[in-house]
Design a protein around this ligand. Structure first.
Ligand SMILES: NC(=O)c1ccc[n+]([C@@H]2O[C@H](COP(=O)([O-])OP(=O)(O)OC[C@H]3O[C@@H](n4cnc5c(N)ncnc54)[C@H](O)[C@@H]3O)[C@@H](O)[C@H]2O)c1
Length: 349
């Protein structure tokens, strides 16, 4: 049986392990974390494998056939280079790094080695994505508008921007990635950030709220507004709206899609019309067509990578490392724009 190992036995490592526990065709051979108890907990949960605190030792002893690298954003580099040198197919958690040049070097080494890779953009594997893709083929999308409000995750490194990259890079990267996946490449971003709304969180030094304006190669424009100041569930939201002249689709990541404008609209008698004459504007989009997510995305994302390693065919992987580097450039450009207080071009090289 092929041997799978995990480096980083924290929150997302646990998420992946829960998927692996259902696999009967894989040997869960090793678990590595700098905190020994975490790796040991994985051994106990899996009922198999060995715990390590040094990933090199784990590689030497186990000689794994694949690895899931589930470490924090700031910790990437050495592990990937050595993994590639040893020819071990790797699944890397997003964001793949905080350093674009480093990520590009890793990407180039991956290509030279012809290694199978995947990145943890599981949202791409949701069944509703195909509905969004088809909608965007039926209509010309002029504008995409994303709103992602939430709170501060519990991991201590998240609150420190130099360790996590900040909310856009660590968290809203899923939304930026989905927007790229559907809309094609962005060419320019302009991001503004603000601080001071979040109070009393120890070590917190990142942006509470950012708004990004995006220009796409297609000519479309976009905005992404994202904040981590929300504490009440009712003010959390995670929507991407794809807007055409005659229809609109709301994509709720790994949840549902609502399509407006593809069913006849029953107009209110005047009530919702705010502009009459040549500039018609209706506040009510009519009846939505709703398609729900089937909750398979996370499982499918992991299984697709494992199957790729078993068969040697990586063609079904929706987010290989090289593609994730483009998403990394997108989100790091937002940070660069915030720092410069100016628009930043995206090179896509
Ligand atoms: N795909 C997703 O939806 C998703 C969700 C949550 C987190 N993530 C990403 O996963 C990564 C990890 O996040 P998390 O929430 O699991 O963090 P975490 O802090 O809970 O876990 C990370 C673990 O890695 C260990 N670690 C760090 N450096 C190591 C090293 N050199 N060798 C071995 N172990 C090491 C830490 O001790 C820690 O236990 C982050 O990049 C995060 O953005 C992805």
């Amino acid at each position: 049986m092929k041997k799978l190992v995990i480096i980083g036995c924290g929150g997302i490592g646990t998420y992946h392990l829960n998927h692996f526990l259902k696999y009967t065709d894989i040997d869960l051979a090793g678990f590595c974390d700098l905190i020994p108890e975490r790796a040991q907990e994985f051994v106990e949960k899996a009922g198999t494998g060995k715990a390590f605190t040094d990933w090199r030792e784990m590689y030497d002893e186990i000689q794994p056939d694949m690895v899931f690298i589930c470490i924090p954003p700031y910790a990437h580099g050495e592990i990937e280079f050595e993994t590639i040198r040893r020819g071990i197919p790797m699944f890397v958690e997003k964001p793949v790094s905080l350093d674009l040049e480093l990520a590009r070097k890793i990407r180039d080494e991956v290509e030279k080695a012809g290694l199978i890779t995947a990145v943890g953009f599981q949202c791409r594997y949701s069944n509703i994505v195909k509905d969004t893709q088809e909608f965007c083929k039926r209509h010309t999308i002029n504008f995409v508008n994303c709103f992602r409000m939430g709170g501060i995750p519990g991991t201590p490194w998240w609150k420190v921007k130099s360790l996590s990259g900040g909310q856009i890079v660590e968290q809203t990267v899923h939304n930026f990635d989905m927007i790229r996946y559907i809309m094609g490449e962005p060419t320019q971003v302009y991001t503004m950030g603000t601080r001071g709304f979040v109070q009393g969180v120890e070590d917190y030094d990142t942006d509470d709220l950012t708004t990004t304006t995006i220009r796409f190669a297609s000519g479309a424009l976009g905005t992404v507004s994202t904040g981590c100041y929300a504490t009440g569930g009712q003010c959390c939201d995670n929507t991407i709206t794809f807007s055409a002249k005659d229809a609109r689709l709301n994509h709720y990541i790994i949840s549902k899609v609502d399509i407006y404008g593809e069913e006849p609209v029953v107009q209110d008698e005047g009530g919702s019309e705010v502009v009459k004459g040549d500039g018609k504007m209706s506040a009510d989009g009519g009846q939505a067509i709703t398609i729900r997510d089937n909750k398979q995305a996370g499982d499918l994302c992991d299984r697709t990578f494992v199957d790729a390693v078993l068969t040697g065919d990586g063609s079904k992987i929706l987010s290989p490392y090289a593609d994730a580097v483009k998403t990394l450039e997108f989100v790091l450009a937002c940070n660069a724009s915030m720092e410069a207080d100016a628009p930043v071009r995206i090179e896509n090289k």
